[in-house]
Design a binder for this molecule. Structure first.
Ligand SMILES: NC(=O)c1ccc[n+]([C@@H]2O[C@H](COP(=O)([O-])OP(=O)(O)OC[C@H]3O[C@@H](n4cnc5c(N)ncnc54)[C@H](OP(=O)(O)O)[C@@H]3O)[C@@H](O)[C@H]2O)c1
Length: 313
């Protein structure tokens, strides 16, 4: 909890999304004066309505607005020191509208664009993920050219995306495997998995930390840096059985990416970077460009992959 004099005014755009809702909750828990830009303040979807109720019950202010409504963006940003964008992949290009509004308002001390993945400047992959990453790189260039104070959050893999299928990207959303697990490449490249609540907690700690100003905040919890083979072995020990592992060599994966439709093509091309080329953990974090969250905030206890897998039993 921050002291009154350290409270920031945090605005989250995309706060009803997968990662955004955790960030809103973490910001309110930390004691920041938190607001969320909401497109529909009276949604018909009961789950969304319940989420908005949870927000208001925890003291979060709902501000009606839309990326496409410049006046609403300016109005929301006027009341904020920190702007966090957690908009989804389809809205990434529209974030230029946030930059225009931030420039117009002129009081923002920190902007965190919607990154929340691998470091897009250190990803080696093919389309369509290559284009998605390139759009995030381009947006970084705009933020820097406009002189906006920023932090880029590179949390690596969302636990809820990759762990329920035990890293089998061909079965994302299907839950734990019943008999076979598909492994891309040799399965030895190290990937990083972080539980969403922890991503949010580290992000919120970083928003007003001078050590993260104009830096990349990487999340590499030491116990959560695992190869796909190690992840499978961990799961096999827990369920006390072995799975049939189907290995797809890189050359076959490249062919598959060209043949499959959206969204599998994007998942597989991201997986090429994460699980085959090891782009999340294969470089040193130099102090000139980045800091690592578990080192900056050792008091925050993170959920290990081992603990997360217990939830799936
Ligand atoms: N590391 C990983 O494993 C991983 C996995 C998935 C995503 N990501 C990244 O995480 C980031 C967030 O993605 P996500 O999947 O959490 O997003 P998401 O669930 O798709 O949520 C999108 C959010 O943007 C809001 N939004 C959409 N259109 C808007 C508009 N016109 N104006 C204002 N708000 C609008 C949505 O509001 P409504 O509720 O009104 O629709 C929602 O709150 C992205 O950068 C994505 O690339 C990373």
């Amino acid at each position: 909890m921050v002291l009154d004099k350290e409270r920031s005014r945090v605005l989250v755009i995309g706060g009803t999304g997968h990662i955004g809702k955790h960030i809103v909750a973490a910001s309110a828990r930390r004691g920041h004066s938190t607001s969320v830009l909401i497109r529909d303040v009276a949604p018909s979807d009961p789950a969304k309505m319940e989420l908005l109720k949870r927000f208001t019950d925890s003291g979060v202010a709902l501000i009606k607005g839309d990326l496409f409504d410049h006046g609403s963006l300016v109005n929301a940003i006027k009341g904020a020191d920190i702007v966090i964008s957690a908009v989804g992949p389809r809205q990434l290009a529209e974030q230029t509208r946030i930059v225009i509004a931030i420039k117009e308002v002129g009081n923002v001390k920190r902007f965190l664009p919607s990154e929340f993945g691998s470091d897009v400047e250190r990803v080696h992959t093919v389309d369509p993920a290559a284009t998605l990453c390139a759009s995030k790189v381009k947006f970084r260039c705009l933020i820097e050219a406009e002189g906006i104070p920023h932090t880029y959050v590179c949390c690596n893999g969302f636990a809820e995306t990759y762990l329920p299928s035990i890293g089998d990207v061909t079965a994302v959303g299907a839950g734990p495997p019943s008999d076979k697990i598909t492994v891309l490449g040799d399965g030895d490249a190290k990937a990083v998995f972080v539980v969403e609540e922890d991503i949010a907690a580290y992000t919120v700690r970083a928003v007003d930390d001078p050590r993260t100003l104009n830096k990349i905040l990487y999340m590499r919890p030491p116990a959560n840096i695992l190869s796909h083979n190690e992840l499978i072995s961990m799961w096999e020990r827990k369920v006390d059985r072995t799975f049939h592992v189907v290995r797809i060599p890189e050359a076959d994966l490249l062919k598959m990416i060209k043949e499959v439709a959206f969204p599998m093509n994007i998942l597989l091309s991201l997986a090429l970077s994460i699980f085959v080329r090891g782009d999340q953990a294969n470089f040193e974090i130099e102090p000139s460009f980045g800091v690592e969250a578990t080192k900056l905030y050792p008091d925050l206890r993170y959920t290990t992959v081992d603990e997360y897998l217990d939830r799936l039993l």
